[in-house]
Design a binder for this molecule. Structure first.
Ligand code: SAM
Length: 253
């Protein structure tokens, strides 16, 4: 059975590769990768030799058709990105979609992902979250986009480059308020570091080197009247009482 196999690779520590990931890379006929130099290093570390084809954000469209052609011809194509899970702030979506449209098999070999690693270690609520990924690089567009996230009550997860990390923290604070955050740097690597606290506090402790995930607490009720109203209605419905009865029960002396 031929398929497109999405293989998650380490985000820093090579020990995080799974045995299924290695097996899938060993069994693939071809490996499609973002940057052949990165992938060659990874493969040679694990003693794997395979034909590589490049698949990156600038050739995704045409290469997707080539990859689909290979799968239709009976080949197993593994897809990796430079680090982490393909198609998550990385190339992959287009070829996956094309395979789905053609009814071809797509299999996911899950593994490292910076957003989930950061969220799980952040100490911020993880029951509901939004993966935002990279914000627009231009400040005006960034602030405009941030404004659309203002009333979201779940935790927000951003990716950011080291040269923009401080500016982004400032913009998040300006638009969303001085919320709780956890700035996760160099996950799984030697200099792995977490800065937890209010955005204004953590900013002072950031070193602008390495890779970052910014995890920010969601909107609280007082910042979000719509959510507050919704929560109140839900409580009344659950208790099966009216607003007046609630007042009588809890507030009337
Ligand atoms: N596909 C990847 C994943 O599954 O996480 C994400 C690729 S995206 C192009 C790269 C961004 O992910 C970096 O700029 C950084 O924001 C985040 N990232 C990747 N590795 C990281 C690490 N080890 N520590 C912190 N952030 C990381």
């Amino acid at each position: 059975m031929s398929a497109l196999i999405l293989v998650a690779t380490p985000i820093g520590n090579l020990g995080d590769i799974s045995s299924r990931a290695l097996e899938s890379l060993r069994n693939a006929d071809v490996i499609a990768c973002e940057d052949t130099r990165y992938t060659l290093k990874l493969l040679s570390h694990f003693g794997i030799q395979k034909p590589l084809i490049s698949y990156h954000e600038f050739n995704e469209q045409e290469k997707s058709h080539e990859i689909v052609g290979m799968i239709e011809a009976g080949k197993n194509v593994a897809l990796v990105s430079d680090a982490g899970t393909p198609a998550i702030s990385d190339p992959g979506y287009r070829v996956v979609r094309l395979c789905r449209e053609r009814g071809l098999d797509v299999i996911s070999i899950p593994g490292p992902n910076a957003a989930i690693a950061a969220l799980s270690a952040s100490g911020l609520p993880s029951d509901q979250f939004m993966f935002v990924g990279f914000l627009p690089p231009r400040q005006s567009a960034r602030k405009e986009y941030l404004a659309t996230l203002k009333s979201f009550t779940g935790t927000l997860i951003f990716y950011e480059a080291p040269h923009r990390i401080l500016a982004t923290i400032d913009d998040i604070r300006e638009v969303l308020g001085d919320r709780e955050a956890c700035i996760c740097r160099e996950l799984t690597k030697i200099h792995e570091e977490y800065q937890y606290g209010k955005l204004s506090e953590v900013k002072e402790r950031i070193r602008e080197i390495g890779e970052f995930v910014v995890v920010v607490g969601g909107s609280r009720d007082e910042e979000n009247p719509v959510q507050e109203e919704w929560t109140r209605e839900r409580v009344l419905k659950t208790l099966g009482i009216s607003r007046n009865q609630l007042y009588e029960l809890f507030f009337k002396k």
